[in-house]
Design a protein around this ligand. Structure first.
Ligand code: NAD
Length: 314
């Protein structure tokens, strides 16, 4: 199998590549290293298992030849910073919607037939029933990032219906773990590293979401692809429960040993405009395929805190 991973130098992409290489796939990576870290996949590049292309998905013409001979595209590249949309309004349009169009168009022109897409729980918008099943609708995202994910799903659906593409769409919960380069745990550790006496928490800390360990996430992606064969296969990927931001703050303070740190809440029910304060995905479809999630949310948070402390604090 020849796979192309967009965003393969990123947090989730690099873990996916570990699995693909381990099972013997030949892997090409397209990444512009805007938030990716080449060291995450350098070992695979050095061993010859991965071919790396430092390229930008916004360049359609540059992308077409990279699709030559590819069986399956894993499209993970995107702007990872949801908050950015509160200040810059065209990032998600360009790095999400347009980039996804370019991936699909390059696939069509090169005759590549299968795509897996990293979408997000935020497509469900606010006020969805919890846990949220895949068939909940209408989906009305409230962030620009969420809009770009929904647009990506729509474009993929249209390529399936019009050009016979086969697709797997994964709506991720919050994915955390080793090599994490963003998100609440990463932020808290950096804040405590800079000032061990206080921890600023965005919102009132009562935000509550599902967290999935990244190894569980990439195993689930491959399990679903192996066990499904519809034209469009849509799956929520998450864990069985939620963890509050207050709880995360307590875990990070304990694990960093900053026991005397005061917690300062910025207030309000959410971290930023466009944030969804409470989210939990229904994962019945995933379970029905025989997949078992290893970590619950709190275990994933505690494990991630320990590994990121080592990575960030040394
Ligand atoms: P990440 O930032 O680590 O990975 C994204 C990668 O894409 C980076 O390596 C970056 O350099 C690359 N990239 C961005 N724009 C590009 C462009 N125009 N051309 C080429 N490369 C580009 O983020 P991640 O957490 O690994 O997320 C992977 C995917 O999963 C993203 O699509 C993200 O939206 C989605 N997702 C992540 C989470 C999460 O909790 N981490 C949750 C829901 C969805």
């Amino acid at each position: 199998m020849r796979a192309l991973v967009t965003g393969g130098a990123g947090f989730i992409g690099s873990h996916l590549i570990d699995r693909l290489v381990a099972r013997g796939d030949k892997v090409s990576v397209v990444d512009n290293l805007s938030s990716g870290v080449i060291e995450f996949i350098q070992g695979h590049i050095d061993s010859g298992a991965v071919t790396f292309h430092n390229a930008d998905l916004k360049d359609l013409n540059g992308l077409i030849p990279l699709m030559d001979g590819i069986d399956m595209v894993y499209h993970l590249a995107a702007n990872p910073d949801i908050r950015l949309g509160t200040k810059i309004t065209d990032t998600d349009l360009n790095e999400g919607t347009i980039a996804t169009y370019n991936v699909l168009e390059a696939m069509r022109l090169a005759g590549v037939g299968k795509i897996a897409f990293a979408s997000s729980s935020v497509v469900y918008g606010e006020g969805a029933p919890m846990p949220t099943p895949e068939d909940h609708g209408p989906c009305l995202p409230i962030s620009l990032y969420g809009a770009s994910k929904q647009a990506g799903e729509g474009l993929i659906g249209s390529w399936v219906g019009t050009f016979g593409l086969q697709a797997w769409i994964f709506r991720f919960a919050n994915i955390i773990g080793e090599r994490g380069t963003h998100g609440v745990i990463f932020d808290f550790i950096h804040k405590l590293k800079a000032d061990p006496s206080r921890l600023e928490v965005l919102g009132n800390g009562l935000q509550e979401k599902s967290y999935m360990e990244v190894g569980d996430c990439v195993d689930a992606i491959l399990h679903v692809i192996q066990n499904t064969d519809d034209n469009i296969n849509l799956y929520n990927l998450g864990s069985n429960d939620t963890c509050s931001v207050r709880n995360i703050a307590a875990i990070v303070i304990k694990e960093t040993g900053c026991d005397g740190a005061s917690i300062e809440y910025t207030g309000g029910d959410r971290g930023w405009a466009g944030d969804i304060p409470k989210a939990m995905l229904a994962i019945n479809r995933l379970k029905k395929l025989g997949f078992k999630v290893n970590y619950d949310s709190e275990e994933a948070v505690a494990y991630t805190t320990r590994v990121l402390i080592k990575e960030i604090m040394g």
